[in-house]
Ligand binder design. Structure first.
Ligand SMILES: [Zn+2]
Length: 126
């Protein structure tokens, strides 16, 4: 995970970033026609195509996040006592970013140790 946030929040963030990027490219592409006239049309076409692709991508991410959140486990965070959702065996609280786990073997180690373990298992799966 790139950011220290819960997985559902991170999916939402990436979906939002891609939508913004796609819309920005489409607006810039259309503005290209206004500024550069005939030659701007090529830039506009490229901008529109890339913008459309990234918006389709963000739609896919939103859809995926929606599917994942139906399988998410809802629980009360032991730190801030708010209702949060977690994906998989380990995830962070959506509110206070505390690492939560359903795996009893990982429940007694610190956050640093967990990240080291994740780095090792990530390297093995490649
Ligand atoms: Zn919390």
């Amino acid at each position: 995970m790139l950011f220290k946030s819960s997985k559902i929040n991170e999916f939402r963030l990436w979906g939002l970033l891609l939508t913004m990027l796609g819309m920005g490219l489409m607006v810039l592409g259309t503005a290209g026609i206004v500024f550069w006239g005939q030659s701007g049309k090529i830039i506009a076409a490229i901008g529109l195509v890339i913008g459309l692709i990234s918006m389709m991508g963000s739609l896919g991410i939103y859809f995926w996040a929606g599917m994942l959140s139906t399988t998410a486990v809802q629980l009360e965070c032991p730190e801030c006592h708010k209702l949060t959702k977690m994906l998989g065996k380990t995830d962070r609280c959506m509110f206070c970013k505390t690492i939560l786990t359903l795996d009893p073997e990982k429940a007694n180690i610190t956050a640093d140790e967990l990240e080291k373990q994740q780095a090792i298992s990530g390297a093995e799966s490649k």
